[in-house]
Design a protein around this ligand. Structure first.
Ligand code: IPM
Ligand code: MG
Length: 407
């Protein structure tokens, strides 16, 4: 089993298996390039694959192949177990998160998810919606810290809808609280008010330990980046936000080296499109993080580029692209698999501590973009328009052509 996904007092992004690197031998492959072949001992991890719905299966298939190849070059092998979640699970078991899926996920070293949801299940009752399965999975794995990086790759600066000078060099990380707040708060439900009107209601609520632990993850993250943390709330209106700000300020005393600022969410939404380069790390609650991370993704050119990692204090992490199931293009080989491929890199880095294998994937994605391959969502003239599968094949070529870094 992998170690804890998140080591708060250790570096989040540090390899967890230092000193356990496999030894390598180098040999020429058939085309004469230097390849490395891992010898003993090889590391083995169990990964639960949750393709889900819509474009999920297409992007998971690409990401799994990339994960396998990049990891094999570092002497890592996987046992994959594919399980049902979301609409796919509803259709065959009647539940959006069958018990077997959660238990397989809990017993594995990391979980890679595609996407969930689709028109077919939109009218289902709440407890039978695919989205409910995803929320149950996050809660079941207790992955409270959701890291959503938004990085503008130089190759894609033209794909952004923002002006080049605004978008270029943006590199920010949204740390979203994932298992609390209004998504899970009680009381919630439907009722009738004193005027006999039907109502729907939810509760935004955060307890001390929930804010403290996500704040620590955010401070640790900022510390390893450019040392700036912006906490986003609505403390001019909401009690839950006033309390959020109070706890973030209390935790700040543990991190005197990190520069902390606070911003109201409406202003943050505006600043993200006005001057996104002012942000390094953003920490925010579940619902603001949901919204701001979609907004941040568009700075990078496409939501099809953004990966995410969801981590808990221990146990396997959950890795998923931030885009949805895109039912309008499902099954047409049009999806951009790069967000899922980059999620597989996050799985290696944050979930397994296999930073070298993660770097192989990140470098391969950049190389593929540099060679001009683009899916429709990031296409600009002069580039080569490809489908999901072909993009995957090109990324594999880029992984394959990398000369291994000396050990
Ligand atoms: C996300 C999604 C989910 C969320 C939905 C599908 C439940 O929008 O991961 O951002 O709201 O968290
Ligand atoms: Mg969302």
């Amino acid at each position: 089993m992998a170690m804890a996904s998140l080591q708060l007092n250790n570096a989040i992004a540090k390899p967890l298996f230092m000193g356990m690197r496999p030894s390598f031998s180098y040999k020429k492959n058939s085309v004469g390039r230097i390849r490395c072949a891992a010898t003993t001992p090889s590391k083995r991890y169990t990964i639960t694959l949750l393709p889900g719905d819509g474009i999920g299966p297409e992007v998971i298939s690409v990401a799994t192949n990339v994960l396998k190849l990049a990891a094999s070059l570092e002497g890592i092998e996987f046992d994959f177990q594919e399980m049902l979640v979301g609409g796919a699970a509803l259709d065959s078991t009647g539940l959006p998160l069958p018990a077997e899926t959660l238990s397989a996920a809990k017993q594995s070293d990391a979980v890679l998810l595609g996407a969930i949801g689709g028109y077919k299940w939109d009218k289902n009752e709440k407890h039978l919606k695919p989205e409910t399965g995803l929320l149950q999975l996050r809660a079941g794995l207790q992955v409270f810290a959701n890291l959503r990086p938004a990085t503008v790759f130089p190759q894609l600066v033209d794909a952004s809808t923002l002006k080049k000078e605004v978008a270029e060099e943006v590199d920010l990380m949204v740390v979203r609280e994932l298992t609390g707040g209004i998504y899970f708060g009680k009381p919630r439900g439907f009722s009738v008010n004193e005027n006999g009107q039907e109502i729907g209601f939810n509760t935004e609520v955060y307890a001390t330990h929930e804010i403290d632990r996500i704040a620590r993850v955010a401070f640790e993250t900022a510390r390893k980046r450019r040392g700036k943390l912006c906490s986003v709330d609505k403390a001019n209106v909401l009690e839950a936000s006033i309390f959020w700000r109070k706890r973030v300020m209390a935790i700040a005393s543990e991190y005197p080296d990190v520069e902390l600022s606070h911003m109201y969410v409406d202003n943050a939404a505006m600043q993200l499109v006005r001057d996104p380069k002012q942000f390094d790390t953003i920490v925010t609650n579940n619902i603001f993080g949901d919204i701001l991370s979609d907004e941040a993704s568009m700075i990078t050119g496409s939501i099809g580029m953004l990966p995410s990692a969801s981590l808990g204090e221990s146990g396997p992490g959950l890795f998923e692209p931030i885009h949805g199931s895109a039912p309008d293009i499902a099954g047409q080989d049009k999806a951009n698999p790069l967000a899922t491929v980059l999620s597989a890199a996050m799985l290696l880095k944050y979930g397994l501590g296999e930073e070298n294998a993660a770097k192989r994937i990140e470098a391969a994605v950049l190389d593929t973009l540099s060679r001009g391959y683009r899916t429709g969502d990031i296409y600009s003239s002069g580039n080569k328009l490809v489908g999901c599968k072909e993009m995957g094949e090109e990324v594999l070529k880029s992984v394959d052509s990398q000369v291994p870094a000396p050990v």
